[in-house]
Design a protein around this ligand. Structure first.
Ligand code: FES
Length: 109
């Protein structure tokens, strides 16, 4: 179990990037918060494997309705990382097991 941050450190409709140590080496990921939804995904686009963020800690469209890849603009659903538009349509981000525990976002890996 890895504590990432306090929930308050991710505003509603925002994202935050992290790098955590795993047995397989560093893992780059991000956490998004939108209403009651807390989700974490590996920071790797299924198209070419590049990072998704277009600025530090910025992974969402301007209206926070979807995740967007900075490289070619693929769009992914917030709730499950499914790509519904772009060169990797039909694929998905790798979801990671994040949850809330005592007001903190934790990763169960
Ligand atoms: S690398 Fe993400 S859409 Fe091409």
């Amino acid at each position: 179990m890895t504590r990432l941050c306090a929930l308050d450190e991710i505003p509603d409709g925002a994202t935050r990037a992290f790098t955590v140590a795993t047995a397989d080496g560093p893992l780059d990921l991000f956490v998004l918060r939108r209403g009651a939804l807390i989700a974490a995904y590996e920071n790797t686009c299924p198209h070419l494997g590049t990072p998704l963020d277009w600025a530090p800690d910025r992974f969402l469209s301007e209206d926070a309705s979807h995740i967007v890849c900075a490289t070619h603009g693929a769009r992914f659903r917030l709730e499950d990382g499914h790509c519904y538009f772009g060169p990797c349509a039909g694929e998905a981000l790798r979801a990671l097991p994040a949850r809330l525990e005592d007001g903190a976002v934790v990763l169960a890996i």
